[in-house]
Design a protein around this ligand. Structure first.
Ligand SMILES: Nc1ncnc2c1ncn2[C@@H]1O[C@H](COP(=O)(O)OP(=O)(O)OP(=O)(O)O)[C@@H](O)[C@H]1O
Length: 267
């Protein structure tokens, strides 16, 4: 085979814009050095998976991306994280505004004990996104559609969010997160409490969300990382060991530690 017959190569992989740039990030919890000098560029319109053995720092690093670690007294962060070129740790950045731009979905669905409508309307209300009820209705409908939940709840928007099934609650939390028009969505093991059918629905939704957001997902399931992500970062003992196309990480990793993890020898 000569070069003209060469199969599609990496050059054909579409280059997306960098949304988040981390440089020299260190995180300490008291004496524990949880994240060690991490550099990474996370792209827009891409699902990026963080994988690695328990305690390797995946959630810690995820929480750095919307300053959720600020809420942990003993946590100390060094280095720079830029979103659209702006350092999110700059003193002028308001963490509340930042978290509207960088939404988060947690392991366990945590709807407020309020109606489905109010769960989604809450963020847009506090951020003054709607001038009147009609505009708020529109925002709520759009967010519930983005959360792939609208058809299931449109006739019972006044019912309590906590009365939905686990999978529906998680999609409600995704709808709540997208209602404030974020640009980045962070998901910390969003399917770990869901059954296989609800997991498949949420995974399908994650795939759709990448059209509008940069999505970063922490997962313990390598199958899930392989199914939903285009880029994968492998963490080990606080180090970002390898970051590449998901296909490369799972079929041709460069580092022995990555190989051991994906073949089940560590973790
Ligand atoms: N709030 C905290 N206070 C003190 N230490 C913490 C805190 N959160 C995490 N750590 C420590 O930081 C390290 C990284 O933890 P982290 O939860 O980020 O790992 P992880 O890869 O997400 O783990 P898992 O897969 O088990 O959720 C661990 O040593 C953990 O014990």
């Amino acid at each position: 085979m000569d070069m003209y017959d060469a199969p599609h190569t990496e050059r054909d992989v579409e280059q997306k814009e960098v949304k988040i740039s981390a440089r020299g990030v260190q995180v300490y919890y008291g004496e524990t050095h949880a994240i060690k000098d991490v550099d990474v560029d996370i792209e827009d319109n891409t699902v990026t998976a963080f994988i690695g053995p328990s305690g390797c720092g995946k959630s810690t690093f995820l929480r750095c991306l919307n300053r959720m670690n600020d809420t942990i007294d003993i946590a100390r962060i060094e280095g720079e994280i830029l979103i659209d070129g702006e350092n999110i740790y700059d003193k002028r950045v308001d963490p509340v505004q930042l978290r509207a731009k960088v939404g988060m979905v947690f392991q366990k669905a945590n709807p407020f004990p309020k109606s489905i409508y109010d769960n989604v309307a809450y963020g847009p209300k506090i951020h003054g996104m709607a001038k009147n009820k009609a505009e708020l209705d529109e925002i709520v409908e759009k967010a519930l559609r983005r959360g792939a939940l609208w058809d299931e709840v449109k006739d019972r928007l006044d019912a309590s969010g906590t009365g939905l099934s686990g999978g529906q609650q998680q999609r409600l939390c995704i709808a709540r997160a997208v209602a404030t028009e974020p640009e980045v969505l962070l998901m910390d093991e969003p399917c770990s409490a869901l059954d296989p059918i609800a997991t498949a629905q949420v995974e399908e939704l994650i795939d759709e969300l990448k059209a509008n957001y940069s999505v970063v997902i922490v997962t313990h399931s390598m199958q899930q990382a392989a199914r939903v992500s285009q880029k994968t970062a492998f963490f080990h003992l606080g180090n970002l060991v390898e970051f590449d196309e998901t296909g490369t990480i799972f079929t041709n990793p460069r580092d022995k530690r990555t190989e051991s993890y994906i073949t089940g020898r560590i973790g």
